[in-house]
Write a protein that binds this ligand. Structure first.
Ligand SMILES: [Zn+2]
Length: 238
């Protein structure tokens, strides 16, 4: 093996190792597969040296992706966005303050109210119980007025954005293809490496490795709908 070839293989292994260790990837839910999507791409391009035209067939085959719906869902799971931190189960304790004693009501809530932080635009769901319907409606009114004021900043993204950390694609197009027209690219950029929230999570060195040149650029996808044809067309392993 030539030196250059060896280097290429070692780089790929390093990049794969980094993806395995990168705990910004969600471990549960549909996002759990996105790590494997990234790793499979690195493997197929860099180690297998799969010819460009066959890559999508190989990827969808390895990952068991059967149609574009699945592919879109997988990629949309990595679309950069803000999501409120999980406050546990639905129907969290009612946050209405009690009048005759200190503390909060804490009865099981059933009325959901979105509560936005005007400083940074982040929000969370509150759940009011049926006895505090009035308080819930007041909170709802307050929220409506706040959002209508136009003064609430865009919250920093705290989910997704991992694809651009590994693969050099035109991710804005790719995410839009997957997540649809309502998705907006965050002002801080698409790559999670550049977000304060996610940088804190990984809390260490920026990637020293070269990003891989992928297929998101050249081969005309996402318009070209890679997944379908490939799986139907070939039974064999690429
Ligand atoms: Zn209550």
């Amino acid at each position: 093996m030539e030196g250059r070839e060896l280097r290429r293989v070692l780089d790929a292994h390093q990049l794969i190792a980094r993806a395995y260790k990168d705990d910004r990837f969600p471990t549960t839910g549909r996002g759990g597969d996105f790590r494997m999507f990234v790793i499979t791409w690195i493997w197929v391009i860099q180690i297998e040296r799969c010819p460009k035209d066959d890559r999508w067939a190989r990827i969808t085959n390895v990952l068991g992706i059967r149609n574009n719906f699945q592919l879109r869902e997988l990629i949309a799971s990595d679309a950069p966005r803000y999501e409120p931190e999980d406050r546990g189960a639905w129907h969290a304790p009612c946050p209405a303050p009690m009048i005759r004693r200190d503390g909060l009501c804490e009865r099981r809530g059933s009325i959901r109210v979105r509560v936005t932080n005007p400083e940074d635009g982040t929000w969370r769901p509150d759940w009011y119980c049926s006895r505090h319907r009035k308080e819930a409606h007041q909170a709802q009114e307050h929220e409506r007025a706040l959002l209508a004021s136009g003064k609430v900043p865009e919250p920093l993204p705290n989910r997704g954005g991992l694809g651009p950390s590994y693969l050099r694609w035109k991710w804005a197009n790719v995410y839009r293809w997957a997540a649809g027209a309502i998705w907006e690219p965050p002002a801080v950029g698409l790559c999670a490496d550049n977000w304060p929230v996610m940088a804190k999570v990984i809390g260490q060195e920026p990637p020293a490795l070269e990003l891989l040149e992928g297929d998101g650029e050249a081969s005309g996808w996402p318009g070209g709908a890679p997944g379908l044809r490939l799986v139907e067309g070939s039974g064999g392993r690429g």
